[in-house]
Design a protein around this ligand. Structure first.
Ligand code: IFM
Length: 451
């Protein structure tokens, strides 16, 4: 073991999500999701791309699981499409459940540990009805708890780890404030109501899972916490950074960890929301104990108070994004691996649960040339972020695993198919899979258990 080594039991993985890869949106009784509706809305997604076919993983799951074996990963993080399992958000569709049972059994047969995410943004369309539907409705957390209970009961004997929500920040703020994600609403006030109902859904799902899962199951949530820094030392920029930390991070962390919504959050959102949708007992329900926490990280956020032509921070009436110096990915996201170290240390300090980096990766416009995909910038990104994980561990962060986002190039939400995050290139014309150089590099890191 040297300073480049990971501990023997470090979990190497890759992550993916249902709507981004499965396709087969009308097969075997699957209902529509809000992302089917949104992606078919003219202008919502680049190039008019949709998840109708995506990577056709619904049919090719077995050969895709073989790719995991080639990589040598110990764990695969996938998500369940709620509308496949409950097309109307309420009634179980056995064929949908059977798909995930086959997938899980296929993983176990290959010696790969499933990490099952229950919600990665594909809400059943039938739960998003009218102006107060979707995550604005108090009924949806109740439906989600039922869904969690069904998955826990049906698959809990073979899935050792379950994550409730993936990145509820995106569901609340991109879905209801900025409108970049489904269902495309654009009202800051709605984002807080949605965030609360996502929190409530999480807490109720934790309780429903505990009722049916074995005692040693690992129950978690995956958050894209923002590593926020102020653009300058000016008091107004420092205040903007504190405001963003409250509305983007602590709005989830505080209630999930049992502290409820803070006075500071209530103060910083005066004029944005009055929190009247929080009912007696909700905060206690959100606070169900977790076994670990998933951290998704791509880049830090730098914010300032003044609008100098910057993009407003979703959900905020006073914070704007500021430029971060240095290199960027084709997504326009700054590349700052030290931000991951800082974030993991902050989570260690404020949360204190075992952590997994449940997403980290780089989007690029990779092309196949003579049967190969050369992606040195992705290798550099992954290497530097893994070094950042080692540094966080050296300084005391209890990071137990790392999942690359993602296995296959896939439907990158509002950006469609142009921006590729996969370790494996997908030709969307013929569904051919090609290992990128980064996949071979990752396989070597895994086999050495060291950088
Ligand atoms: O593709 C997404 C994923 O669905 C959620 N986290 C960020 C990834 C890259 O944008």
């Amino acid at each position: 073991m040297n300073e480049h080594s990971f501990p023997e039991d470090f979990v190497w993985g890759v992550a993916a999500s249902a709507y981004q890869i499965e396709g087969a949106v009308a097969e075997d009784g699957r209902g529509a999701s809000i992302w089917d509706t949104f992606s078919h809305t003219p202008g919502a997604v680049d190039n008019g791309d949709t998840g109708d076919v995506a990577c056709d993983h619904y049919h090719r799951w077995s050969e895709d699981l073989d790719l995991l074996v080639e990589l040598g990963v110990a764990s695969y993080r996938f998500s369940v499409a709620w509308p496949r399992v409950m097309p109307d958000g309420r009634t179980v569709n056995q064929q949908g459940l059977d798909f995930y049972r086959r997938l899980v059994d296929g993983l176990l047969a290959r010696g790969i540990r499933p990490l099952m995410t229950l919600y990665h943004w594909d809400l059943p369309q039938s739960l998003d009805v009218g102006d107060a539907g979707g995550w604005l409705s108090r009924d949806v957390p109740a439906r989600f708890a039922d869904f969690a209970g069904v998955l826990g009961k049906e698959l809990g004997d073979r899935v050792p780890a379950v994550t409730t929500l993936n990145e509820p920040w995106c569901s609340a703020y991109l879905g209801y404030a900025s409108g970049e994600h489904a269902p495309g609403r654009t009202d800051n006030a709605l984002a807080y109501r949605a965030a609360h109902h996502l929190n409530l859904a999480h807490g109720r799902a934790v309780a429903a899972l505990r009722d049916v899962l074995p005692a040693n199951a690992d129950v978690s949530v995956a958050l894209n916490l923002h590593q926020v820094e102020a653009a300058s030392e000016r008091p107004e920029d420092v205040a903007a950074a504190e405001h963003v930390d409250l509305i983007a991070n602590r709005v989830f962390l505080d209630p999930m960890l049992g502290a409820g919504y803070s006075e500071a959050l209530r103060r910083t959102t005066e004029g944005l929301t009055d929190w009247a949708f929080v009912q007696d007992g909700d905060e206690a329900e959100i606070a169900g104990a977790l076994d670990s926490i998933g951290i998704n990280f791509y880049n830090p956020a730098r914010v300032r108070a003044a609008n100098e032509g910057g993009r407003p921070f979703p959900g905020s009436d006073r914070a704007f994004f500021a430029d971060v110096a240095g290199p960027r990915t084709v997504m326009g996201w700054p590349i700052v691996p030290a931000g991951l170290t800082d974030l993991l240390l902050r989570v260690q300090r404020d949360v204190g649960l075992p952590m997994h980096v449940t997403e980290n990766g780089l989007g690029a416009r990779d092309v196949v040339e003579a049967g190969a995909v050369h992606d040195p910038e992705r290798i550099a990104y992954l290497r530097d972020h893994l070094a950042a994980v080692l540094e966080a561990r050296r300084r005391g962060a209890d990071v137990r695993g790392y999942y690359v986002w993602t296995l296959l190039d896939n439907f990158e939400w509002a950006w469609g198919y142009d921006k590729r995050f996969g370790l494996v290139h997908v030709d969307f014309a013929d569904q051919r899979r090609t290992f990128k150089d980064s996949a071979r590099w990752y396989a070597e890191v895994i086999s050495r258990n060291a950088l």
